[in-house]
Design a protein around this ligand. Sequence first.
Ligand SMILES: [Cu+2]
Length: 269
Amino acid sequence: MRSMPISSRTALFVVLVISLLAIAGCQDTLSARQAEAKIAEPASAAPAEAEAANPEHHEALSVEDSRPELEMPSPIPLDPSQGAEVGTIFEAFLSPHQEGGEEEDTPSAIPDVFKSTAPSLDRNERASRGHGVLSFSKDLSRAFVHVAIENVDPADIAMFHIHCGRPGQLGPILIDFSLAGNLQHYWEDSVLTLEITNADIEAVTAHGSGLIGALTAGCPITAALPMDKVKTIAGMETIAREGELYFNLHTHGQMYFGDIRGQIHQVEK
Ligand SMILES: [Cu+2]
């Protein structure tokens, strides 16, 4: 086989090199065009609709997509620990006169547990009185009860409750202090001081059973829904602000209406 002359071989090599460079150049241009086309390609409607129909597929907003954060400082300095401090404060002065009726007016149909077992004194003959303070932590996780009484023998005390009801109205029990411990022990020095939580509210509704329980245990959060009862200290504080709570101290001689009652009202700070 005859070999190609050197000049011809050189020429072929040059042609090959030029061809290869040209192909490579074309490929570069093609890649660049494809990339440009990708950037310029408008989002088609179909995938956007699919994403809207399936929010799980939405990606979280990137930092760049977030609106700018406030540069203005909070008008109240932020301090989560302040939630444990006392917020709203309420007060009541307990007297025999905030309830109508005498013990002999006790309805005969009521359970024996609400009937007197000792001689009763008419309201105008009783010198018993009390002063109660109810306060709430700002985060509404706790309430604090401080009550002092006078002219009541602690040994005569049978029940002590916070009820809900308008002035002069007998209402169901929200807090039953006897479920929190020994009343005689608490009242030994004629002063009761206790912290209460959601559990103390739940204990009353859990304790009340049957029709009597449904009517006497737990307070409605709104009058329109009588069976939707307050379950939290937060709900209790709301009905306290609405003027719906009262203390009632029951003695063995004054069981049904109670010896002294005090409607709870907010203290203006
Ligand atoms: Cu009561």
